[in-house]
Design a protein around this ligand. Structure first.
Ligand code: NAD
Ligand code: TDX
Length: 332
């Protein structure tokens, strides 16, 4: 049994991880989350109260972080500003949380000699051509495109430097695009599902040819737990489930499962600097750690996700109109 401190545990992937850990292990979990627009306490309902604790606060608050890290065995760091579109309009919070927040956490982990796992993204590697036979590996050079991905790249490099210079007991994982329950309606898949529920046509940036490598959030959680358990200190592991799909195909799949015509979507203004394709080669994770994804059927995973958003309108409804109003201002 370990005591986990999970930052950003009220967000999409963090909350899925907390549910997963409390179900699959006997670890205890303390969540540290600022509850920004992206955090939602409703995502943490129904957890066993004897093994779960919630603290509202900022990862950049050194005094708060020091006490929480001292009381944990492992820090699992999910907290971030996570949305590319927001980073193009107001980059500052991305620097404050993703860079300074990570710095504060690793300083505390170093001081108290605690195991640290840093959650990152495949976007740090930039993008690939559609026909590139190579995928991202742990050796791919960093080449981030957006304010979001450059701050994530910066945070990864801080962790690497703290491992080398100070002996921080850390591992890093870079995962591909997640889908599943509790994802904010600003993100691609939930935005389109909830648009269709509201009678709004899905919105595809540009031509819709951009490719993302989709993984179910539960598979991300099982991979992170496996790395915390078996990962080698100082190493980076790429997490992916061979789920490449272009955005147009994803929208058509959502429309099909929601009983709409497959062409009932609109093309809207493209994202500036829009990365063309992400693709993960997760051979190292599979060979060295023995991890395998469980959700290999994307079609079925999307159907389950649509059902979740239909059944949990109370969870997403408060965010929907403000999110769409923001997109409307940007012509998206
Ligand atoms: P999210 O935006 O849904 O959740 C982020 C959470 O962090 C929210 O609960 C928010 O309140 C909290 N938070 C933000 N700033 C904070 C601060 N200063 N202090 C404390 N808490 C703060 O994000 P997500 O999609 O769940 O992503 C989680 C992590 O996974 C991020 O590090 C992201 O870079 C990484 N990641 C995401 C994806 C993806 O597909 N969404 C893929 C790979 C990696
Ligand atoms: O309405 C939309 N229409 C559209 O075509 C939205 C919101 C997005 N898109 C496109 C842009 C991307 O090509 O869909 C794709 C996915 O977009 P997002 O959900 O915004 O994700 P992405 O930018 O790929 O980044 C995600 O994966 C990597 C997460 O938000 C990041 O936190 C993670 O690091």
């Amino acid at each position: 049994m370990s005591r986990l401190l999970v930052t950003g545990g009220a967000g999409f992937i963090g909350s899925n991880f907390v549910h997963y850990v409390l179900k699959e292990t006997d670890h205890t979990v303390t969540v540290l989350d600022k509850l920004t627009y992206a955090g939602n306490l409703e995502s943490l309902k129904g957890l066993p109260q004897d093994r779960f604790n919630f603290v509202r606060g900022d990862i950049a608050d050194a005094a708060l972080v020091d006490g929480l890290v001292a009381g944990a065995d492992v820090v699992v760091h999910y907290a971030a500003e996570s949305h590319n579109d927001n980073s193009l309009h107001d980059p500052r919070p991305f620097l404050d949380t993703n860079i300074i927040g990570t710095y504060v956490l690793i300083e505390a982990a170093r001081k108290h000699g605690k195991r640290f796992h840093h959650i990152s993204t495949d976007e740090v590697y930039g993008d690939l051509e559609l026909d590139d036979p190579e995928r991202f590996t742990e050796q791919t050079p960093y080449n981030p495109s957006s304010p979001y991905s450059s701050t994530k790249a910066g945070s990864d490099l801080l962790v690497r430097a703290w491992v080398r210079s100070f002996g921080l007991q850390a591992t890093i994982s870079n995962c591909s695009n997640n889908y599943g329950p509790y994802q904010h309606v600003e993100k691609f898949i939930p935005r389109q599902i909830t648009n269709v529920i509201d009678g709004i046509r899905p919105k595809l940036y540009g031509k819709g040819e951009n490719v993302r490598d989709w993984i179910h959030a539960n598979d991300h959680s099982s991979a992170v737990l496996a790395i915390i358990d078996k990962g080698i200190i100082g190493e980076t592991y790429l997490i992916g489930a061979d789920g490449e799909k272009n955005n147009k195909d994803v929208v058509e799949l959502i429309l099909k499962h929601m009983g709409q015509s497959p062409d009932a979507y609109d093309h809207v203004v493209d994202r500036p600097g829009h990365d063309l394709r992400y693709a993960i080669d997760s051979t190292r994770l599979r060979t060295d750690i023995g991890w395998e994804p469980q959700f290999s059927n994307f079609d079925a995973g999307i159907e389950d996700t649509i059902a979740w958003y239909r059944e949990n309108e109370d969870w997403w409804r408060p965010q929907k109109s403000v999110t769409e109003a923001k997109y409307k201002e940007q012509g998206q």
